[in-house]
Design a protein around this ligand. Structure first.
Ligand SMILES: [Zn+2]
Length: 163
C-alpha cells in the first residue's frame, strides 16, 4: 500500500458524508487503514504533528478513522459517538487538511465510542480531554464537517508560522 495525497481545505470531497462500511467491505477498509497509516507517518515526518486521520482525507468516502494513541494505533470502523455529559472546553484545533491554520472550537470533555475493529468485533472506548477532542474532530470528518465550520466566532483563526 502507499502514502496517499491528503485532500486540502477547499476540496469538495471533504464536505461529503461518508458511507458505512459493510462486513463485505472489510478488506477494502483494511487497505484504506494501511494507507491511512502510511499517510500519517509521512505527514508527521514532514510537519511534526498529526495524531489521527480520517478516510475521507485521503479520498476514501467510508466511515473509518485511524488514531495513534501513545504509539499504539487504533482503527475505528463505523464509529458511533455518545456524549457522556454536557461539559465542554475550548481549544485551538488543527487539521492535516489545512496545516498552518488553527481554529478555536468547543468540544465535549468526555465521550463514549462504539465501533467495529479490524476483526469486525464491536469495541467500546471512553475518551476524555485531548483524546476526546481529537476523536470528535475525526468523527466530524466522516460527516463532512471541518473544524473551520466549528469556529466559535469570526476571530477564531490564527496562522502557525514555521510550517
Ligand atoms: Zn482534520
Amino acid at each position: 500500500m502507499a502514502k496517499r495525497e491528503i485532500l486540502i481545505l477547499g476540496n469538495e470531497d471533504l464536505y461529503r458524508e461518508c458511507e458505512m462500511v459493510s462486513k463485505d467491505q472489510l478488506d477494502q477498509a483494511k487497505r484504506v487503514a494501511v494507507d491511512l497509516n502510511d499517510t500519517l507517518d509521512v505527514f508527521r515526518l514532514e510537519h511534526g504533528f498529526g495524531r489521527a486521520i480520517a478516510a475521507p482525507q485521503i479520498g476514501a468516502s467510508i466511515r473509518v478513522i485511524y488514531m495513534r494513541i501513545d504509539d499504539e494505533d487504533t482503527v475505528f470502523i463505523n464509529p458511533c459517538m455518545e456524549v457522556l455529559n454536557e461539559e465542554i472546553f475550548e481549544l485551538w484545533d488543527d487539521c492535516m487538511s489545512f496545516p498552518g491554520l488553527e481554529v478555536r472550537v468547543n468540544r465535549y470533555k468526555a465521550i463514549r465510542v462504539m465501533y467495529h475493529d479490524l476483526d469486525w468485533k464491536i469495541q467500546t472506548e471512553v475518551f476524555e480531554g485531548d483524546l476526546s477532542e481529537l476523536f470528535q474532530h475525526e468523527y466530524d470528518h466522516l460527516d463532512g464537517i471541518l473544524a473551520v465550520q466549528r469556529a466559535i466566532d469570526l476571530q477564531a483563526f490564527r496562522m502557525k508560522l514555521g510550517e
